[in-house]
Design a binder for this molecule. Structure first.
Ligand SMILES: CSC[C@H]1O[C@@H](n2cnc3c(O)ncnc32)[C@H](O)[C@@H]1O
Ligand SMILES: [Zn+2]
Length: 429
């Protein structure tokens, strides 16, 4: 058996207390073996002066959109997608997606993220990039039927299912899949009615954008006479393994529906603020017992993939939304970014205890902005930055050691992504 000892640090335990402890990992099984006063291991990772935390889990992104970071800003969702993003995405190639995804994975590894959910195009390229990265992911092809004739729309849905069937369990089980219709307004009712049951037969969850803007909610209410999540549930969506991104504009009935069904919501506060989509009722969701995770959304609406930024945004925006400074407190946010997201994605990660997946990050506490150390959970949410991460470990493998990514040539990845991004936008002009 090959073991790694993460030694000399303080450790964030599942009850969010912090203790001085070592963490022993089984690198073959990719699991945590022991936490405490432990010795052994045939390799060691120095956590001295640091805090060992569960790897952060980015539960909603479009990782290859790093290529479009800074390409189009300062517009609301609909105009941003229709005028800027979709025209350039129409020019994407498989090589672009590979380059953009790899850049995004490097960015995530450097900021302590060990698992992600991704919805995009050319998904076999994302599979390869995730496999190479050593990270864990739930992946799906984003199906859109609006603007397509019936044959093309059905093929689009079949493509989403075929991807989900083919790649579930790839990379020795680090990759799981989901059926990912883009949203309730970009996929027609007939296609949901036909294909949701096929996703159930395939045994994969369903992930989609929902209730992100009023521009998306109002037409559903006008056309169907019910709130969007009632419409979704009537079509067979929102089973307990399903999860939606955003959930900004939810009424009490929809929150109760999510809670009754244990369907998850992935909160994306930075994207919601930047696109002025609104403020999700996160404290209400938590109070109702809805599973809540955290995601960055794509780098074109964020504009980074740093989950520390996202945690801070979640806490700040949650207070504004509830008009209550005690709402969405630091503990809730750390839970959301770790165990909450991991549970929504179906990974046994997000907690440092024996038998959990060996996915963790070590944060350097030796910095002015993290001094003094009254409360390390507070620091994680309100003061720490992705650049404070010293080591990142997933599945028992060291993917970044002493701030150096071990699984990719960072400089090469950046150069390739810059070239591909430049050529992409020139093609779209
Ligand atoms: C069909 S693949 C995913 C699709 O989603 C687009 N996208 C990026 N951010 C958002 C968002 O906040 N709401 C809805 N859709 C979004 C992305 O550009 C791809 O086209
Ligand atoms: Zn999204």
């Amino acid at each position: 058996m090959s073991e790694l000892l993460v030694s000399g640090g303080q450790v964030l335990l599942p009850d969010l207390s912090v203790e001085r402890a070592d963490v022993l990992l089984d690198r073959d099984r990719g699991e945590i073996v022991d936490v405490g006063d432990v010795s052994g291991g045939d390799d060691e990772l120095d956590a001295g002066g640091g805090l060992v935390i569960p790897g952060l889990v980015n539960a909603h992104t479009h990782v290859a959109m790093t290529l479009l970071r800074g390409y189009a800003d300062d517009k609301p969702l609909d105009a941003w997608l229709q005028e800027d993003i979709w025209p350039v995405e129409a020019e994407l190639t498989a090589e672009d997606v590979r380059a953009g995804a790899t850049l995004g994975l490097v960015e995530m590894l450097k900021s302590g993220t060990t698992a992600l959910n991704d919805m995009y195009f050319f998904m076999p390229e994302v599979v390869d990039a995730v496999e190479e990265s050593g990270m864990r992911a739930r992946l799906g092809y984003g199906s859109i039927t609006v603007g397509r004739d019936d044959d093309a729309a059905r093929e689009e849905m079949r493509d989403g299912l075929a991807f989900a069937r083919e790649y579930d369990g790839a990379a020795d089980g680090r990759i799981r899949t989901a059926f990912m219709p883009h949203s309730l307004t970009t996929v027609g009712e007939a296609y949901y009615r036909e294909f949701v049951s096929e996703a159930r037969e395939a045994g994969v969850p369903i992930h989609l954008h929902a209730n992100e803007t009023t521009d998306e909610v109002d037409p559903i209410v006008d056309e169907h006479g019910v709130r969007p999540l009632k419409y979704a549930a009537d079509m067979g969506l929102l089973e307990s393994e399903d999860y939606l991104a955003h959930g900004v504009h939810l009424d009490d009935g929809e929150i109760d529906l999510l809670a009754e069904r244990s369907a998850g919501v992935v909160h994306c506060p930075a994207s919601n603020m930047k696109l002025a989509s609104g403020m999700a009722p996160v404290q209400d969701l938590l109070d109702a017992g809805v599973p809540v995770g955290l995601g960055t959304d794509g780098a074109a609406s964020n504009n980074d993939l740093d989950m520390f930024d996202e945690m801070r945004d979640a806490a700040m925006l949650g207070k504004l939304a509830a008009d209550d400074a005690s709402a969405v407190d630091a503990e809730s946010v750390v839970e959301m970014a770790t165990r909450g997201s991991a549970e929504i994605l179906g990974f046994d990660s997000g907690r440092i205890e024996p038998d959990a997946n060996a996915d963790l990050a070590v944060i350097d506490l030796d910095a002015p902005h993290l001094t003094p150390a009254h409360d390390l959970v507070s620091h994680l949410v309100y003061a720490a930055r992705g650049s404070d991460v010293r080591h990142t470990v997933a599945d028992g493998q060291v993917l970044m050691r002493n701030r150096e990514v071990t699984v990719f040539d960072e400089q090469g990845v950046r150069e390739r992504a810059s070239e591909r991004a430049q050529a992409l936008v020139e093609r779209a002009e």
